[in-house]
Ligand binder design. Sequence first.
Ligand code: HEC
Length: 268
Amino acid sequence: MISSPFCLRALPFGMRLGLSALIGVLAIGIAASIAHVHDHYENRDDRPGLTLDDLEGAYRGLDRPAQLLTTIEAGHPADLDPESKKILGDWLRGDRVVESYDDLDLGDFAPAELIAVHCLQCHSRQSTGESAVGERLPLDYFDDVKLLAYSQRVEPTPAAVLTASTHAHALSLATLTLVVALLAWCTSWPRRLISISIAAIGLGLLFDIGGWWLAREVAGGAGVVAVAGSVYNGGTGLVLLAVLIDLWLPLKKDTLPPPLTDPASGGD
Ligand code: HEC
């Protein structure tokens, strides 16, 4: 029983050392792929940081006009004269939002000036009165304005690229996870815990990679990818840690996993 190949702790020292080193390499790989996901998708929308919109944009594409533009076009504020409305609209639709914001050549018609005249009585941090919204929606500085001035237009990842990525990731990650699952099963952790964990990471990977395709078709699919990917990565990390711990715990007779039942002997 002690030499059972199904008990990691019973493996010779060299095997346990080698397996531990390989788990270390996997941990490095997981960290690198998380960093890669972050860098790769971060700038799909124009906002800093990895947001759901970045993922949504990567899979489905995004075409979301700037909030300032939709608000102005919807007729807010009610007393905005048509000329200023047109200038602000053209500015926000154009691709020189930063450069033209306080363009001196535009004089009183520079967006910054128009905003000062038509918006700041309510949208300044200094505004007071019942329609003051400067606390929540300030437009005092370009740093405020730009948060609402971004149009988000993102082309989705071409299907051919996604196919190539699916082919590489589905095969390698499923194989890797299979090995992780087998290792976990050879530990002395409670069977139920192992089986719940493996169910979670297996389903996590299925919905992660399946979600890439789902997200092309269905709004909100990117959320599925984000949740499933986190479950998969987090779960795999924890299972690997559990395997690593188990490799180096002392071998006791009662920590051995239950022997496999032999169907020929009547399940006894
Ligand atoms: C008379 C006061 C007033 C003026 C002038 C005004 N706003 Fe507003 N603005 C408001 C109020 C009140 C809201 C509603 C805030 C809320 O959602 O509760 C608002 C909301 C907004 C919003 C957010 C809309 C949304 O989608 O929720 C934007 C963007 C905005 N204003 C831009 C502007 C711009 C640009 C101007 C100038 C061209 C301007 N506002 C002028 C009072 C004003």
